[in-house]
Design a binder for this molecule. Structure first.
Ligand code: NAP
Length: 254
């Protein structure tokens, strides 16, 4: 039984990955502030990595402000890489975002690219999985783009996917040998960013108007026709947005 430490293992993706790895006979250990491991301060990091064959980082910054998110991903990644090397970890896996390097006008995407660069510059065998936007993220996108009750978003195409499928891809990669490259995963259908959010809000009775506005920012960036869509080599999962919506309760507060 191999020990796999899942940094961010209590989060949306992390908790699903821990469950999937455990079902397949791995000793998957969730590491996050809620389990006594803090990658910013280093608390508990060396201890949890003792005996680990693999470390997966699916943590996320509590704040998306430009400086905060950059500090989070660079500090956390530097600390995890250092601790992983000291512990003799043989495979470092991280979850990133499709198109991050094409949207460097976004502070969040700059931080994800900085995270990837630190992994590439380390001598550890690695795999990076880049995923498209999660279906679960539609409301957060709307909230970040709402001014005076109206959601304004560019209509850039994107190919979102279910968090469950992201977790499947990440769990498979984590359980495998290091790829020493970046792979992409996405969903089956293309939507305009505005259309995706409009569909998600309407399904759960959120009455906000969603306006397609090519000048509107998406997390500080201005995605074009190519920015958010996965490349030809991406692995595409089959769960459709409408199908997922029909089986997903409205978020709390609706
Ligand atoms: N949202 C999208 O559409 C999208 C698309 C592609 C890729 N991604 C990537 O997917 C990853 C996971 O996202 P998610 O939505 O699953 O995240 P999430 O649900 O917000 O979970 C965040 C996790 O990070 C942990 N964490 C926060 N601060 C930490 C710290 N100082 N030390 C250790 N762990 C810490 C949290 O632990 P506690 O529970 O203890 O607070 C939690 O387990 C992110 O890296 C994101 O960039 C997201």
């Amino acid at each position: 039984m191999s020990k796999i430490v899942v940094v961010g293992g209590t989060g949306l993706i992390g908790s699903k990955v821990v469950a999937k790895l455990s079902e397949h006979g791995h000793l998957a250990v969730a590491a996050s502030p809620n389990t006594g491991v803090n990658t910013l301060t280093g608390e508990g990091l060396a201890e949890v990595l003792i005996g680990a064959a693999t470390v997966l980082d699916v943590s996320n910054s509590p704040s998306f402000a430009d400086d905060d998110v950059m500090r989070f991903f660079t500090t956390a990644t530097t600390n995890i890489l250092t601790a992983a090397k000291a512990a003799g970890v043989g495979h470092y896996v991280a979850l990133s975002v499709v198109g991050a390097e094409r949207m460097l006008d976004s502070g969040y995407m700059r931080a994800k690219v900085a995270q990837e660069d630190l992994i590439l510059a380390s001598s550890l065998p690695y795999s990076i999985v880049r995923a498209t936007q999660f279906f679960e993220f539609a409301r957060s996108i709307a909230d970040s783009a709402t001014i005076d009750g109206v959601v304004r978003l560019p209509n850039a195409p994107m190919q979102p996917m279910a968090a469950e499928d992201v977790a499947t891809a990440v769990a498979r990669t984590t359980a495998g040998e290091p790829l020493n490259r970046t792979i992409e995963v996405g969903g089956p259908e293309r939507f305009g960013l505005d259309e995706f959010v409009r569909t998600g809000l309407a399904f759960h009775g959120d009455l906000r108007t969603v306006v397609a506005d090519p000048e509107a920012p998406y997390f500080g960036g201005r995605p074009t026709a190519e920015t958010l869509v996965p490349g030809a080599d991406a692995t595409l999962f089959t769960t459709r947005f409408e199908e997922w919506l029909a089986t997903t309760p409205a978020p709390a507060g609706r």
